[in-house]
Design a protein around this ligand. Structure first.
Ligand code: SF4
Length: 225
């Protein structure tokens, strides 16, 4: 895809202007009380919903409160506690492995740099960006499945590649707006521009506030056809 044009930057600016006031709460939908709990919740959220994670984490954090406890946990017991979330063996391994590294290398604290976060098992850029923005106030472009889908439909990129979309948003959106921008795109994708029934395709949802500027790329009846 060519470098972003002025019109693409203008579209991103307009998307921000419309969506940011509609979704003012630029915070994760996952429930957590500290950075460690947020890190765990994001690790658990792969391939399942935030709502499912929020049901499972209170018991998990009550049984293993903090990285020291989870680092020493019996994997089978952790697997049983998160069984409902799918991929429970992998997720348990990531929880315990990350906790051990936090204890051994970071004094039991969640680190505040991308490089250090990416050294934890199961942590990718989406997780790291969410932790950095929510816990440490750094600009974070959190490209989850909703942000990816909406970005493609809006024409911000033509590759379904989270890293490419993250880079493109970084080119289009100034740092101080990035966290709010990606949270707003997340809510928009979750509740308006859904995967199967986007509001512009005649679903029972309210009209899409981006309908006037969106090229609807990838949908059956794109604008102008
Ligand atoms: S116009 Fe359709 S494809 Fe574009 S953002 Fe709105 S719901 Fe999504």
């Amino acid at each position: 895809m060519p470098r972003p044009t002025r019109s693409l930057a203008a579209r991103a600016e307009e998307v921000y202007r419309i969506l940011a006031p509609l979704w003012p709460d630029a915070q994760p939908l996952l429930h957590y009380r500290d950075c460690f709990e947020l890190l765990c919740a994001v690790l658990l959220s792969a391939q399942c919903t935030d709502e499912q994670v929020n049901k499972a984490t209170p018991d998990l954090f009550a049984a293993w409160p903090g990285p020291q406890a989870l680092a020493a946990a019996d994997p089978a017991e952790v697997e049983a506690a998160i069984h409902s979330l799918g991929f429970f063996r992998t997720k348990a391994r990531h929880l315990i492995g990350s906790s051990r590294i936090l204890v051994e290398r970071f004094g039991g604290r969640v680190p505040d740099s991308m490089e250090e976060l990416l050294s934890l098992p199961g942590v990718g850029r989406k997780t790291a960006n969410l932790v950095l923005s929510s816990c440490f106030g750094q600009p974070g472009i959190i490209v989850d499945t909703h942000v990816l889908r909406v970005s493609l439909r809006l024409g911000f990129h033509d590759r379904p590649d989270p890293a490419a979309v993250e880079s493109r948003i970084a080119e289009l959106v100034p740092p101080e707006r990035r966290t709010r921008f990606s949270h707003a795109l997340n809510r928009h994708g979750k509740w308006v521009c859904s995967a199967r029934k986007p509001a512009c395709l005649g679903s029972e949802l309210p009209p899409c506030p981006l309908a006037g500027l969106c090229p609807r790329i990838g949908l059956a009846n794109p604008r102008g056809s």
